[in-house]
Design a binder for this molecule. Structure first.
Ligand code: ADP
Ligand code: ZN
Ligand code: ZN
Length: 662
């Protein structure tokens, strides 16, 4: 009989001991089926201790040792332990969320089936000659030894993906596996096809959260067993154990979708950096608009900066960006005469236009002109958005919806109006103004599922649209060859948003959406409507000058003492009453003697910007330190105390390290 210490998927910072009687030798990393409460669970064996804190007669026997896969490797343990410490998350939760669902369900184990390893890649298609900057980038990464982080900075179309593909080829050549992480929305059949075409002989595993359970388990196992040589996936793929990993690439490294926003709030980019350093690997972060954190690292020498300053296809020039000052203008449907004229010209020439408006729905709010009633969500501190097509008012935060009322619910007045403009309203207006044009709207309402999104992309590529209207979904890495005009409307809103990261995101979005214009042999034009043409953000955008804008923002951050010059964590609490949430945070605030942590600053608890969600009041407490180790030491000491604070039963809280949104 051996004692097995097991990690289980529970919100508890502890492990569980079981007795195991098994003919074959036991090893950490094996999965066990164990009794738990009245049911059973799948856990991961993390240690084989000589003794348990419990007397032997209290230890329950495990039900089964699962050997359908080899044990999870030490590398997987290291990554999960790091994530558990760094994000203050229970080890069991971290380890088990990293497995595909099929491997953590109690069920009879299947026989282990090993496919033969794929052979060397077959003949590859003819490759373009790299331009000098690309060649230099590839050479630099290939020449690196051990842990070597690179930031590959280049505008859309500058040939970053081509560089990734060469590096992947080099890794395969060395008999190593390559891991390519992409934002959720970029994992399209086009990307998959591009990779499969380039590497016809190599087995490719695709990993994302929308895969059916069986497919996810199959792809994950292929990666884990070393059969798949190239693994392409979204943030969750960062945890995939890869026995022969030789290269990590993170495309669009600034993309917020690398940050998980619920459960364990981790950054796949940051974990990938850890993984590269502990595995002594090269890692390439690519972006046209790097996160300020990564840019600062490239400036201070922690990352090596590689730059692609030209577009790869010489004929494709960077689009001209024009600002249209709308202050003294009569806008028609929200569009300036200049933008309308530009759309008209594209229609005549048979070219595509894209109008970018980052607000879905018909209008952000419905309101009564007589009594001032507005369509508030009854559960959230937010307005309900008008969705005219389905005759619905819908809350974009909690999903609550009601029929659009005919008259004002408060005063009975029939004169109620939608205010403001979303993508649906713009679409409707464009359809009226250009009846001959085929208009396609792309946002989270028209592309709810991956299937719908892929169908829309196919339509766009097939030339089935003259005018595209959409949110940032349209901004992401897709080639639309006949697209020559991009118009951006309503962008100003993000300039003065309460979230101080909003301008950084706006710059990235506008840069990305501008990059859609004129990729092939047709020159592109970008028109941005604004009431603040003198804002430095727009100036830098016109000059295609990310480094200048990044320098401005970094200087502001330094002066204000914001990240990346400080390190932060956020404690959030929610409860039916705000007073309870605040009281919890206040108690948390007094847990540790401040004199023990002189470098850690705790702010006063405050209600969150969205102060009510799903009928729960929400508050937050910001913790800040100029040094990462001090912050980490504080959090490690703080977290157990938080668990012992007695609050009302419906109080819930979580801790987020490196919060992205405020
Ligand atoms: P990015 O990832 O930076 O947007 P891509 O790698 O997708 O850029 O390159 C943009 C386009 O230029 C693609 O069609 C690609 O095939 C082409 N391309 C990339 N590098 C070269 C090169 N050295 N010579 C010719 N075409 C290239
Ligand atoms: Zn009214
Ligand atoms: Zn709501």
């Amino acid at each position: 009989m051996a004692i097995a210490r097991v990690a289980l998927d529970l919100p508890l910072h502890r492990l569980f001991d079981y007795l195991v009687e098994d003919g074959e030798p036991l090893e950490p990393g094996l999965r066990l089926r164990v009794p738990f409460g009245r049911g059973e669970k799948i856990g991961i064996l993390v240690a084989l201790p000589d003794n348990s804190e419990l007397p032997p007669e209290q230890l329950k026997p495990a039900l089964e040792v699962l050997r359908d896969t080899p044990p999870l490797p030490p590398e997987f343990f290291r990554l999960c332990e790091f994530a558990s410490n760094y994000y203050q998350a229970p080890l069991g939760e971290v380890m088990l969320q990293a497995l595909p669902p099929g491997l953590k369900k109690p069920r009879a184990a299947k026989r282990r089936q090993l496919k033969p390893k794929a052979g060397k890649p077959a003949a590859v298609p003819a490759l373009p000659d790299l331009n000098p900057e690309q060649a230099q980038a590839v050479a630099a990464v290939c020449a690196s030894q051990g842990y070597a982080p690179f930031l590959l900075h280049g505008v859309t179309g500058s040939g970053k993906t081509e560089v990734y593909l060469r590096l992947i080829a080099a890794a395969l050549e060395q008999e190593r596996q390559a891991l390519l992480l992409v934002p959720e929305i970029n994992l399209t059949p086009q990307l998959e096809a591009r990779i499969r075409n380039r590497f016809p002989g190599a087995a490719v595993a695709m990993l994302h959260s929308e895969l059916a359970e069986a497919a996810r388990e199959r792809e994950w196992k292929a990666a884990f067993l070393g059969e798949a040589r190239i693994v392409v996936g979204t943030r969750l793929a960062v945890f995939t154990p890869l026995p022969e990993l030789g290269l990590i690439v993170i495309d669009e490294e600034h993309d917020p979708s690398y940050k998980q926003q619920d459960g364990m709030r981790y950054s796949a980019r940051d974990l990938a950096i850890y993984r590269a350093s502990s595995g002594r690997l090269p890692i390439v972060l690519g972006s046209a608009t790097p996160s300020l954190e990564s840019w600062a690292h490239a400036q201070n020498g922690r990352y090596t900066l590689l730059r692609l300053q030209e577009r790869a296809v010489t004929a494709a020039r960077l689009p001209a960006i024009r600002l249209v000052d709308t202050r003294r203008m009569n806008l028609d449907g929200g569009l300036s005469p200049q933008l309308l004229e530009a759309i008209r010209k594209r229609l005549e020439a048979g070219e595509q236009s894209l109008i970018f408006l980052n607000r879905r729905g018909y209008a952000p709010v419905l309101s009564c002109t007589a009594c001032g009633w507005v369509s508030r969500c009854s559960r959230c501190a937010a307005n309900m958005v008008v969705h005219l097509k389905d005759q619905r008012l819908r809350c974009h935060h909690c999903g609550f919806e009601v029929r659009i009322p005919r008259a004002c619910p408060t005063c009975g007045n029939q004169d109620i109006h939608p205010f403001g403009r979303g993508t649906q309203r713009l679409e409707a207006w464009l359809a009226e103004t250009f009846p001959q044009a085929r208009i396609l709207r792309v946002d989270r309402d028209s592309a709810k599922s991956r299937k719908q999104w892929e169908a829309l992309l196919e339509q766009i590529h097939g030339g089935a649209a003259d005018i595209l209207v959409g949110t940032q979904m349209l901004a992401k890495g897709h080639d639309f060859p006949r697209l020559t005009l991009v118009g951006a409307v309503g962008a100003d809103a993000a300039l003065f948003a309460a979230d101080w990261r909003a301008p950084e995101r706006l710059f990235a979005q506008l840069m990305q959406v501008a990059g859609r214009a004129g990729r092939a042999d047709l020159p592109g034009e970008v028109i941005i409507q604004t009431e603040y043409p003198d804002q430095p953000l727009y100036g830098a955008l016109q000059a295609h000058d990310y480094p200048r804008y990044a320098a401005t923002l970094l200087e502001q951050r330094r002066q204000a003492g914001f990240p990346p010059y400080t390190f932060q964590a956020m404690l959030r609490a929610e409860a039916p009453h705000m007073a309870d949430a605040i009281a919890f945070l206040q108690a948390a605030s007094g847990l540790l003697p401040p004199e023990h942590y002189p470098d850690v600053l705790l702010y006063d608890p405050v209600p969150m910007r969205l102060s009510r969600l799903w009928s729960l009041e929400r508050a937050q407490l910001l913790v800040e330190s100029p040094a990462r180790p001090q912050l980490q030491a504080f959090l490690s000491a703080w977290r157990p105390g938080l668990e012992s604070i007695k609050g009302p039963s419906r109080l819930r809280w979580h801790l987020e390290v490196d919060p992205l949104e405020f």
